[in-house]
Write a new protein. Structure first.
Length: 420
């Protein structure tokens, strides 16, 4: 018995083969699925950012271009996932509309779309787990390293489902129309300004309300009273907690005090802000001192007029060192300074918990500021609230000065008088 081979051409995919009701229902479910996927990922990222801020971590550092890139990429992946859902629903029960010889085709298409969908969810969960331990995966770094190559992911997801369908049907027009509609949706929705950092920024501002308010007031006072303006990038760094450029700013400002040359008023005010808001909280623990020694600040004080603007700001810096002294537990007059209710002091207390160790940079700071307080309390040339506070009868007795004054008296004769 002879068997004749028949060549069977691929039929065109039509709405009639899918079914009118199933066709529109599939589109509706695809749109809903895309929205749910986008909302799920968006909310998870926002919760992660919010949780990290609540744990005293910094807000994710993202440029405007990185935020737009992340938004567009998520839109593309969501629409591609919606496309898979649409196709999977179309071919979920198609045997009534297809010929008997193609009954198994629908099962193959559905299973492939379902496999890609599950694979995408698995990769998403793994990516979110990695973000919890390494938040640098989201933000400007990912955008700068990979750029627009990541757009290949939604392209693959979109074409993967249609290529499987094209093995059994002629669908090149369907692919073209679906691609153009999807591209139009991505471009149109990308103009909507959304960011998963909205609530984390609000929470950050509430947690560090005192520090941000102090920064705002100091920047405003510097501009009004001294004519000093700071770059927008510098102000943004002063609002951060663990930005790498903030660490470099701390070191650069400290080095200016160590040169023994007279420094500008702009750098003095900047140093006062850095110390008051304790911007080294996230960098401590590596054996590096991020603030100048109080004796270096006192050296700058001796180079300016007692009634100058520089002297006022330098005495403010010494006062901030005095706050370190209080938080370390060496003075019980902390209520008068009203610092107990600040979140910044939680970080500061952790840093000063081991200040008595010989390798702690704060041990030298606290020792030096105590010695300088002995000199200031006997000084009659400075008209400053800190000096008045030290001289008042209500102030607790000072801790005895250290043996370091024997070294200081070589440069500053006023320390010699403490030994007489």
């Amino acid at each position: 018995m002879k068997h004749e081979k028949r060549i069977q051409f691929k039929p065109h995919l039509t709405i009639a083969k899918i079914g009118q009701t199933r066709f529109w229902t599939g589109i509706f479910l695809g749109v809903c699925y895309a929205f749910i996927f986008y909302a799920f990922v968006f909310c998870i990222l926002e919760i992660i950012n919010l949780t990290r801020v609540g744990m005293f971590f910094d807000i994710s550092h993202q440029s405007s271009s990185a935020i737009a890139f992340e938004h567009t990429l998520l839109l593309g992946i969501s629409i591609s996932m919606g496309n898979h859902m649409m196709i999977r629903y179309w071919f979920m029960q198609p045997t009534f509309h297809l010929k008997k010889t193609r009954k198994q085709i629908a099962l193959r298409i559905t299973n492939y779309a379902l496999f890609i969908e599950y694979l995408c969810w698995y990769m998403l969960v793994e990516f979110l787990l990695q973000i919890l331990s390494n938040p640098i995966l989201v933000g400007s770094n990912t955008y700068e390293q990979y750029g627009y190559f990541l757009y290949l992911i939604p392209m693959y997801l979109f074409l993967g489902a249609w290529i499987k369908v094209s093995l059994y049907f002629k669908v090149w027009k369907w692919k073209l129309y679906a691609f153009l509609i999807s591209l139009f949706c991505v471009i149109s929705l990308s103009f909507i300004n959304v960011s998963n950092l909205r609530y984390s920024k609000i929470t950050y501002e509430k947690i560090f309300e005192k520090e941000l308010s102090y920064l705002k007031n100091e920047i405003s006072n510097a501009k009004e009273n001294y004519g000093i303006t700071y770059k927008t990038e510098t102000i943004a760094l002063l609002k951060c907690l663990d930005h790498p450029d903030l660490q470099q700013l701390l070191l650069n400002t400290k080095q200016k005090f160590e040169t023994r040359k007279k420094i500008a008023l702009k750098d003095i005010v900047l140093q006062k802000i850095l110390i008051h808001n304790f911007k080294s909280a996230k960098f401590d623990g590596y054996g590096i001192q991020y603030y100048p020694d109080p004796i270096d600040v006192y050296r700058q004080l001796k180079q300016v007029s007692p009634n100058s603007k520089e002297a006022k700001e330098l005495l403010d810096i010494l006062y901030e060192y005095h706050r370190f002294f209080i938080i370390a537990g060496e003075d019980n007059d902390d209520k008068k300074l009203s610092i107990k209710d600040s979140r910044r002091n939680y970080l500061l207390q952790n840093a000063l918990s081991g200040y008595t160790r010989y390798d702690s940079p704060y041990s030298r700071i606290i020792t030096q500021i105590n010695d300088i307080k002995h000199v200031l309390i006997n000084s009659k040339i400075y008209d400053h609230s800190f000096v008045d506070y030290l001289s008042s009868a209500s102030t607790t007795p000072l801790v005895p000065y250290s043996s370091d004054i024997y070294q200081y008296q070589k440069e500053f004769p006023e320390f010699k008088h403490l030994l007489e």
